[in-house]
Design a binder for this molecule. Structure first.
Ligand code: FMN
Length: 260
C-alpha cells in the first residue's frame, strides 16, 4: 500500500500532527511505502483569486508547475492522509491556500474513489469542525474518507491518553482495512446532496463554464447519483434529488436571497 502524508503544519518536520499521521500510516500499513509532502516546503504561491482556473482550466494559471508535484504525489498514493493542525478551529492557512489552489478539483474532480484519511491535532478543541470542513472538500475532489483520527496535543504525554490513543488507532485498523477493500463504498445523505448540488451548478452554468460541462458529460455524471459506483439508501437518494430540485427552483425562479 502506498501512502502519502500531506502535512499541512507550518512546522514541517517538527509537526506533531505529521508525527501522529506517520504513526497511523505505519500502524495501518506496516509493509507499505510511505511518503511525506510538507506543504510548508512545497513552494506554493498564494491563491491569486482569479476565476480563470475554473473557467479556462488549470493549465491557464501560472501556479500549476508548483502544484504539479504535490498533485502527482496524491495520484501516486493508494491512500492520502491529510494531516493538519487545528488553527482557530479550522485547517492551517497552508492547507486552506492549497485547497484554494485546487479549486479546479471541485469543478473537475480527478481522485475518483481514492481513499483518504484525515488526521488533526489541537491543543484542546476544534478537530470535529476541521474534519467536517475538510471531509466535504476532499469528497468534492472525488476522495472517499475511510477514517479520521484527532488528538489533543496537550494530553499526548499522559499515559492514560496514550492508552486511549492506542485503542483508537487499533479500532481504526479494524474499520479502515475492510473499507479499503470495499469496491462499492457506502455514501451518506450529506455527500449525495453535495454531489447533486455540484451537478446542478455544472448544468446551470453550461454556457459560463463549458469545460466543466464537457468534463461531467464525458464521465456520465450529469445523470449519475454520485461520482463513482457506491451503495446508498434509496430514501437518501430520493431526498438528495428533492433538495437539488428545490435549489434549482430557487435559482431558476430568481428566489435567491441575500444572506442575513
Ligand atoms: C495559529 C494557531 C492557532 C491555533 N488554534 C487552535 C485552536 O483553535 N484550538 C486548539 O485547541 N489549538 C489551537 N492551536 C494549537 C495547535 O492546534 C496545536 O499546537 C497542534 O497540535 C499543532 O500541531 P503541529 O505541531 O502539527 O503544528 C493553534 C496553534 C496556532 C499556532
Amino acid at each position: 500500500m502506498k501512502t502519502l502524508i500531506l502535512s499541512a503544519s507550518p512546522l514541517a518536520e517538527a509537526s506533531v500532527t505529521c508525527r501522529l499521521a506517520t504513526r497511523l500510516a505505519r500502524s495501518l500499513f506496516p509493509d507499505g511505502e510511505h511518503r511525506v509532502v510538507h506543504l510548508a516546503e512545497a513552494g506554493l504561491p498564494p491563491c491569486d483569486g482569479r476565476l480563470e482556473v475554473i473557467t479556462e482550466g488549470e493549465n491557464s494559471t501560472g501556479y500549476l508547475p508548483a502544484l504539479r508535484p504535490v498533485h502527482d504525489a496524491m495520484h501516486w498514493a493508494d491512500v492520502v492522509i491529510f494531516a493538519s493542525p487545528v488553527h482557530n478551529f479550522t485547517v492551517s492557512a497552508l492547507l486552506k491556500n492549497f485547497i484554494d489552489l485546487m479549486v479546479f478539483e471541485s469543478h473537475r474532480p480527478s481522485f475518483m474513489g481514492k481513499k483518504a484519511l484525515l488526521v488533526a491535532t489541537a491543543m484542546g478543541a476544534g478537530q470535529e469542525k476541521l474534519f467536517s470542513y475538510l471531509q466535504e472538500v476532499v469528497h468534492s475532489w472525488g476522495f472517499c474518507v475511510v477514517g479520521r483520527l484527532g488528538a489533543a496535543t496537550s494530553m499526548l504525554e499522559e499515559p492514560w491518553y496514550e492508552a486511549k490513543l492506542r485503542a483508537a488507532i487499533s479500532r481504526l485498523r479494524t474499520r479502515v482495512l475492510p473499507a479499503l477493500a470495499e469496491p462499492r463504498p457506502r455514501v451518506g445523505l450529506r455527500d449525495l446532496i453535495a454531489f447533486r448540488v455540484w451537478r446542478l451548478v455544472v448544468e446551470i452554468n453550461r454556457d459560463n463554464t463549458p469545460i466543466d460541462h464537457a468534463y461531467w458529460s464525458e464521465r456520465g455524471w450529469l445523470d449519475a447519483e454520485y461520482y463513482f459506483d457506491c451503495r446508498s439508501a434509496a430514501p437518501a437518494r430520493w431526498l438528495a434529488g428533492l433538495i437539488a430540485a428545490l435549489v434549482r427552483y430557487t435559482i431558476v425562479h430568481r428566489r435567491l436571497r441575500p444572506v442575513t
